[in-house]
Design a protein around this ligand. Structure first.
Ligand code: MG
Length: 381
């Protein structure tokens, strides 16, 4: 218990120094991961409230039934579509509308309804569309009992990829799109990563991280080309009386922006830079002269799990020797009282050995294991 209290005190001190806590627990940082598994130092995600039926707290509301203020016509003139019974309705031949604000990668929610009265067929029935960054159309179409071509049905990436399923509701019924969009990533004129679109249509997966092949057009395959990092979101006027409601958007990071947490864009130089930065912060808070030698040692074990520099290792070896001397001075009863702590440090060594931070013939682990065995501190499995 005393050990726990000491650790808690150490934890509070370190938290006050910079929200960092000691401990080697999961697999350590490596060449592609700046953080350990279950790392308490890893930044926590921002908190978002998400109440039923309401936009998430970090969403930009684009239409809530009361105002068209977020929208303009393509020519920059005020939006010519109309609000009817709390819904935004296409006014045919007034042209597409687009957001005043520009967006890049995003999570978009919108609800739409095709006219209850069915007119036309194929592409001529309840047609509109969501143009992500004005470039990539997720088709809106009354696809209910409507034999339109597959790559132009509701929730298709128009002219590119049909939806996985036709989840269209009856004409006039409100339907939902939840779209996760990532724009392509370019290095100059070279495409580094294709963009992608995921679409849930009425909660049903319709596009599963579809990697974009081109810019939307009609009849042709138009290759991808660089465009600005943020562009307005547009809704299509295809001459049909499609209605919209409850439109909100959340800006999200590129899947390729984070180069330090594994994933497709992991970069060893960036990972190492962040590991060194974290090690520096931990080292500054490590307090090697702490009377609690175990706590001081554990904090330094964590430091070297991020960055095994010569300077850090010199401190580790000094603390290791001091800790082992302290244990050597204890009688059997005292050793048993501290068995949890001794096993915990041995386990930290095991993690470091497993991750090749320490060699298999680690003296600290060997000595602690000897103490554990000689005093039968661990139940035989
Ligand atoms: Mg369309």
């Amino acid at each position: 218990m005393r050990f726990c209290i000491n650790l808690m005190a150490a934890g509070v001190a370190i938290l006050a120094a910079g929200a960092l806590r000691a401990g080697v627990y999961g697999d350590t940082p490596d060449a592609r991961h700046a953080w350990a598994v279950h790392d308490m130092n890893r930044p926590r995600p921002p908190v978002v409230t998400a109440e039923p039926g309401l936009p998430p707290s970090d969403a930009v509301v684009l239409f809530d039934g009361t105002s068209l203020d977020a929208w303009v016509s393509k020519d920059g003139e005020p939006c010519k579509w109309r609000i009817v019974d709390g819904a935004m309705k296409v006014v045919p031949k007034t042209g597409q509308i687009q957001t005043k604000q520009a967006f890049g990668d995003c999570h978009l929610h919108l609800e739409w309804a095709s006219p209850a009265e069915v007119k036309g067929s194929g592409q001529g029935r309840g047609n509109s569309g969501v143009f992500l960054m004005g470039m990539h159309e997720v088709q809106i179409l009354d696809s209910y009992n409507n034999d339109a071509y597959a790559d132009g049905q509701a929730a298709s990436v128009y002219a590119e990829n049909p939806p996985l399923v036709n989840a269209c509701r009856k004409p006039g019924a409100w339907q939902t799109y939840d779209i996760i969009f990532h724009q392509p990533v370019w290095e100059g004129e070279t495409l580094k990563y294709p963009g992608s679109v995921t679409v849930l249509h009425n909660g049903v997966l319709a596009q599963d991280h579809w990697e974009l092949e081109g810019l939307t057009t009609h009849c042709r395959r138009r290759p991808l080309a660089p465009y600005p990092a943020k562009l307005p979101l547009a809704l299509q006027d295809h001459g049909d009386l499609v209605r919209f409601r409850n439109i909100w958007i959340r800006e999200i990071p590129s899947r390729y922006a984070n180069t330090t947490h594994g994933g497709p864009a992991a970069n060893e130089a960036d990972v190492m830079a962040l590991r060194k930065e974290t090690a520096m912060k931990l080292f500054a808070a490590a307090n090697p002269d702490d009377q609690n030698k175990r706590a001081a040692l554990s904090r330094m074990l964590e430091v070297v799990s991020y960055d095994k520099s010569e300077e850090h290792m010199r401190v580790v070896l000094r603390l290791r020797d001091a800790y082992l001397r302290e244990l050597a001075g204890l009688d059997t009863r005292q050793i048993k009282d501290r068995k949890g702590e001794i096993i915990a440090v041995r386990n930290e060594c095991n993690v470091l050995i497993r991750n090749k931070v320490f060699p298999e013939e680690c003296k600290l682990r060997a000595e602690l294991q000897r103490i554990i065995n000689e005093n039968a501190l661990e139940k035989k499995k």
